[in-house]
Design a protein around this ligand. Sequence first.
Ligand code: FMN
Length: 237
Amino acid sequence: MGGIIGVVKTETLAHTAIEPGILYFGTPVVLISTTNEDGSANLAPMSSAFWLGWRAMLGLGARSKTAQNLLRTRECVLNLPSDALASAVDRLALTTGSDPVPPGKRKRGYFHVAEKFERAGLTPVASETVAPPRVAECPVVMEAVVEAVHPVADEDPAQRGGIVAVEVRVQRVFVHDSVRLAGTDDHIDPDAWRPLIMSFQKFYGLGAQVHSSALARIPEGMYRGPDIERARGVLSR
Ligand SMILES: Cc1cc2nc3c(=O)[nH]c(=O)nc-3n(C[C@H](O)[C@H](O)[C@H](O)COP(=O)(O)O)c2cc1C
């Protein structure tokens, strides 16, 4: 006899052990712009990203052109596409700014593209505090600098050096007026901001708000940390 938890029979709560090849349960897509050795711009989609305060952690294959550019130049722009930009993002899938294409990527069907903005049909605009350009079409863009590089899976000789978690500090946040909360200066309207989500390699949007939020009773201003004041001190180039 199965017990009852709330109104759900425990049989329906039974877990099955599985071994998925990937554990990408759904995170927003970020288009990272960086600068190549010759001064041109690279642009690459990624989604292993999260934010804490005005810091972001970016999980990247160490052999990607983006990781190499980030480690060399220490700066980037994090461009957040809306779900309406899925086709532009998809045009960048399976491309790399690396030439030659690393063997592992070649095997998975990747090919070299030098002009990523052109391929995606996106428009580069000059940034204020870093060299890589912002993506005009992205409703949210953040100019950022690298503060630390953390190795991932460093304890395993077979994986060592393959993945890095790059910690960046945001210096400027720019948004389209369409995602700003009416009547406020510094707030995003989560009902207007429609991030592009990657879940198990496929593209999704967000649904509507599903529940009231106890956490949201905390005014956003209470989260303002010292990195915001520090960012104000960064002069435009
Ligand atoms: C939607 C999407 C999400 C991706 N997420 C990541 C990621 O989080 N980390 C990563 O290293 N690569 C990710 N990739 C693969 C990179 O885009 C790929 O390595 C690409 O070659 C990087 O370009 P680059 O070599 O010019 O930097 C993702 C690709 C797509 C299309």
